[in-house]
Design a protein around this ligand. Structure first.
Ligand SMILES: N[C@@H](CCC(=O)N[C@@H](CS)C(=O)NCC(=O)O)C(=O)O
Length: 369
């Protein structure tokens, strides 16, 4: 629990304090002399570290954000050395921490600081440069998407929130380039091209990959909490499909059947939400559950301007969550600034002869005009 709190805290507050940095710079000079194994500074090899990780030890990487993005160990948490003093109080005294940097020097300094504070920390001797096992390396990421697609928007939010370098390639669904069929296995977006050779598809899988490549922890590490998050992510796809179902329904009866079901599902979600925190997990960190629901909430808010898709007071928790989510930077910047007209175009295309456009939206829009 504490580890999770720490990682979320760290991810959102990579602070820089001048005094700490000066202090640490001094210590780092001192550490230019190769550290020796001692009770104040237990040094362990990569092989021993690997065994300890299997038994539950946690890795703290004390390099910079840039170095971390280039290459890191999976499941490691990033606390740049200069930020360490600020986060010590959040570390769990029952957990064993293995401290890693590039060569072992910054890790030695960090280990001493942590041990002085009563934390069970050991220094990985030779650092990442001599780590003989697998690492996660920087990848060239290209997200291929349509501007109206809510599933693609999930991945854009995650990319922005994770701060991972990426390229966005928008395609026109009515004018797809020849290469698209050869890279998208089902002809759908989003797809994430990794190093221009591997295609990852399905937005929830893409999101998990982005999360794993970044220093952010947008999913809980506890297996049960993780499973719960994945369950609710799946549920957001059901709600999104129902929204499209309403747009395509040919008549009022078909529309009402889906609408009733949609409201029941919203109620199910409402009942699950217990926290009044900004985001789904109740913490101040945008999770993959949040990036999965934000596109739904954005479309719901658009439609609710024109008819009672939902009543705000019936779903107060969702309303609170959606308001916070839709005002966060990575969500706002996940769509082009003319998103309303993009979404309206989508409704016109998908629901050309359908009930919602012709019987509900157009009469309202004519009135406004
Ligand atoms: N389950 C997929 C859904 C993706 C999806 O349905 N994408 C739509 C655009 S929003 C698409 O590419 N449709 C094209 C088609 O079905 O041919 C995911 O989560 O990525």
């Amino acid at each position: 629990m504490i580890i999770k709190r720490l990682s979320t805290f760290i991810s959102s507050h990579l602070l820089n304090n001048k005094q700490d940095t000066l202090l640490l710079n001094k210590t780092m000079m001192h550490d230019a002399i190769r550290p020796e194994n001692s009770p104040e500074l237990p040094l362990i090899s990569a092989e021993v570290a690997k065994l300890k990780i299997k038994r539950g030890a946690k890795i703290i990487d004390v390099r910079s954000e840039e170095e971390y993005q280039e290459e890191h160990l999976s499941d490691s948490m990033l606390i740049p050395l200069s930020n360490l003093p600020k986060y010590i109080h959040l570390l769990d005294k029952e957990t064993e921490y293995l401290i890693l940097c590039a060569l072992g020097l910054r890790a030695a300094t960090a280990t001493r600081i942590l041990r002085k504070a009563g934390i069970n920390a050991s220094c990985i001797k030779d650092g990442l440069n001599k780590w003989p096992f697998e690492t996660v390396e920087r990848q060239e990421l290209e997200l291929i998407l349509f501007d109206f697609c809510p599933f693609a928007q999930r991945a854009v939010i995650t990319l922005k929130e994770a701060g991972v370098h990426h390229k966005l390639t928008y395609l026109d669904p009515d004018n797809l380039p020849d290469w698209f069929a050869s890279v998208s296995p089902f002809g759908k977006v989003p797809i994430l091209r990794v190093n221009n050779e591997t295609t990852i598809f399905e937005s929830s899988v893409i999101n998990e990959l982005i999360n794993n490549l970044s220093s952010k922890q947008m999913l809980p590490s506890n297996p049960v909490e993780l499973g719960l998050c994945r369950s609710w992510i799946e549920f957001s796809s059901t709600l999104l499909s129902q929204l499209t179902g309403m747009i395509c329904a040919k008549n009022a009866v078909d529309f009402m059947v889906i609408h009733t079901n949609f409201l029941e599902n919203l109620q199910r979600l409402e009942e699950h939400l217990t926290s009044q925190g900004r985001f789904f997990t109740g913490k101040n960190v945008l999770s993959l559950v949040d990036s999965s629901y934000a596109p739904l909430f954005m479309r719901m808010a658009y439609l609710n301007q024109y008819f009672d898709l939902y009543t705000k007071k019936d779903i107060p928790m969702i309303q609170h969550w959606a308001t916070d989510l839709l005002s966060s930077g990575s969500v706002i910047h996940s769509v082009p600034s003319d998103f309303s007209s993009i979404y309206y175009d989508f409704i016109q295309r998908r629901g050309k002869d359908a009930y919602l456009l012709n019987e509900v939206l157009l009469p309202k829009l004519k009135k406004v005009a």
